[in-house]
Design a protein around this ligand. Structure first.
Ligand SMILES: Nc1ncnc2c1ncn2[C@@H]1O[C@H](COP(=O)(O)OP(=O)(O)OP(=O)(O)O)[C@@H](O)[C@H]1O
Ligand SMILES: [Mg+2]
Length: 279
């Protein structure tokens, strides 16, 4: 099962749009996909016009099982765990929980039958974003085309680095740095792409040419559809299809599995039972 989180501390950089399109795009290509909204703004439920009975918040507090919190068949092959603004209280409610950064990872031990889980996150490095990162193995960081967004991406990456240092056994790879709101003739786009490419940590992962500015993506959100449903011939439809190609062909997941295999072998003396993976 591949586990991808879409993260960026900066707000309004198309995280939710990207998470929905990765999930819906992979489901449309025959994968069994679960999309989890870890952001109490509840934008996934709003965009896909869902009315959750049980929510991400209840999954996290243990008041609902994964089974109960899952809305099935939102699209063929696509299930969703939705958030609502009630989740804004989660940070406080979970303040005294043991190992509260790994609650989602532990709840997801029961997940069966999915090829891919995609997690949308808040524009903040908060407890829910840590939970999203500690469950996931691959990250997609959308970056809007202004220089402040590059700063946001760097800050996000230092949060990722912190997670790697605190939980060194966890696999957390950068799958893609995704330029969004790309406007090719525009100076801000050029300057931002140059800054991204020059950055030693972000540069090697930039997926070119990214997602172009496309008003149909706004209209698709407003009409509760994916871009492939709303405007299948638009630039947004073409660009997000290219992102799905990239994710399907990316080897991050396989590299993760190989690295984990090597780590287990290194930690296991010949003849002794394998160490239980700690979550
Ligand atoms: N390539 C694009 N061209 C034009 N509009 C876009 C594009 N991508 C996303 N949008 C629009 O930009 C707005 C913000 O996108 P979105 O909600 O996905 O951002 P976000 O990063 O999830 O925000 P937040 O940080 O608040 O969670 C939405 O109205 C969406 O439809
Ligand atoms: Mg969002």
């Amino acid at each position: 099962m591949r586990k991808l989180a879409v993260v960026n501390m900066k707000g309004g950089v198309a995280k939710t749009t990207t998470a929905i399109h990765i999930a819906a795009g992979l489901a449309d290509r025959g994968k069994r996909v679960l999309l989890i909204d870890a952001d109490p703004q509840g934008n996934v439920a709003h965009t896909l016009q869902l009315r959750p009975v049980h929510t991400f918040e209840q999954l996290m507090t243990g008041d609902a099982s994964l089974e109960q919190a899952t809305l099935r068949g939102v699209r063929p092959g696509l299930d969703v765990v939705a958030s609502t603004p009630a989740g804004f209280a989660l940070e406080r409610r979970l303040a005294n929980e043991m190992q509260r950064e790994t609650i989602l990872a532990r709840r997801m031990r029961d997940a069966r039958g999915y090829d891919v889980v995609v997690v949308d996150s808040s524009p903040a490095m908060n407890l829910m974003t840590y939970n999203a990162m500690l469950f996931s193995e691959e990250l997609v960081i959308p970056v809007a085309m202004d220089l402040m967004a590059v700063i946001g991406a760097r800050q996000t990456l230092s949060g990722v680095q912190q997670v790697r240092e605190l939980w060194p056994d966890r696999r957390l790879d950068l799958c893609a740095v995704l330029p969004v709101f790309v406007h090719s003739g525009n100076h801000a786009t050029r300057a931002t792409l140059d800054a991204l490419e020059a950055d030693p940590a972000l540069g090697p992962h930039v997926m070119q040419p990214g997602i172009r500015q496309c008003i149909d993506l706004n209209y698709a959100t407003a009409s509760h559809q994916t871009i492939w449903e709303y405007a299948p011939r638009s630039r947004g439809a073409e660009d997000y299809a290219r992102l799905i190609d990239f994710i399907e062909n990316s080897t991050t997941g396989e590299r993760n599995a190989e690295a984990a295999e090597r780590a287990v072998q290194a930690a296991t003396p010949a003849g002794s039972p394998q160490k239980q993976a700690e979550v």
